[in-house]
Design a protein around this ligand. Sequence first.
Ligand code: MG
Length: 336
Amino acid sequence: MKAEVFRVQLRHTWTTTMSSSAYRDVLYTRFTRDGITGWGEGAPIVRYNETAAQGAQTLAQMTDFFARANPRQYTKLLADFAKRVPGQYAMKAAVDIACFDWLGQRLGIPVHQIFGLDPADAPVTTFSIGIDSPEVTRAKVREAAAYPVLKVKVGLSTDEATIEAVRAETKKPLRVDANEGWKTKEEAVRKINWLEKQGVELIEQPLPAAMLDDMNWIRQRIHIPVIADEACLHPEDIPKLAPHFDGVNVKVDKCGGLLEALRMIQIAKSLGLKTMLGCMVSSSVAITAAAQLSPLVDYADLDGNLLISNDPCSGVKVVAGKLSLPTRPGLGLIRT
Ligand code: MG
C-alpha cells in the first residue's frame, strides 16, 4: 500500500462558510498484489482536523500490516486496520477504495457488482456552485448548463444576492447547503421560508452540527426536507439524528470508506431517512468510488471531480445529468 499527497487545482476558487481555497491536497493510495494495482483516494478537510500529509505518514508506518493483509477478506482487513489506527477517516477511505478497486479487477467485475447493484439505478447528480460575487455566480450557473439540478452554497451575509443571481440565469431545481452558516433557529427559518419561494427543494445543514435541539422547531415552520451533513459523520450518529432531520448526507471521506458508507445508507433507510451521497473536492478516483454506491440513494452530489482542472484520470461520467458508471472491472478508471 503506497501513499502519495496530490494537489488538486480548483477551476474557480472554492468558497463555503468553512474556507476559501484555490487548491486542496488529497491522499492517493495504490495497493499492489498479484500484479494488479488498486487505486484509492481520500480528501481530508480541516473541518474534521485531518490532513493528507498525516495520512501519508501513517500509511508509511503500516507496510507490514498491508504485506500480510488479505484483500479478499476486505471486511476483516478494514476492521483490523480501523482498530489499529484511530480517526483519519479520509485516509481510511483511500485504503478501503484501493482494496475494492483491487478486488474488482482481480475478480474481473465492476465494484458496484461486488455490492450487487444495478448501475441503471444511479441518480442524477447535482453540480455545486460555491459562494462568490453575483457576477461570478451567474457565470458559474451558465457554465453548469449541462447539469439539470444545482446545489448552491450559502450561509454568509450574501445569501439573497447569491440566489437572485442564480435565478437570473435559470429556473432549474435548486438544492441549498448552508454548511452550518446560520447561527440561530430564527435566522434559519427566515432564510428557508424565503428559499422555498425561490424553488429550492431541500436544505442541507442549516445550523451548526451541535445545535440538534433546534432542528424540530425549524422543521415545524418550513416545508422542504432538511438534510444533515456536518452533524452526520459515522453510522452511530444516524439514530441520534433520525428524530431531528429528514435525511443524511453520507460521504466516503467522513466515514472511512465504501463499506462504512454502505452501512450508513442502510441504517438511514431502516430509520426512514432520505439518503444523499456527497463528496469533498477530489478527483475521479474518489468520485468514481462513491458513485459505485449511488444506485442506493435518493440524491447524489458527486461533482468534486468536475470542480478541478487537473484530474489525473477519468471514471464515472455525467450523461444528461445522470451518473454513468464505468463497466470496466474495479473502479474502471483510465489514466488521462
Ligand atoms: Mg454539505
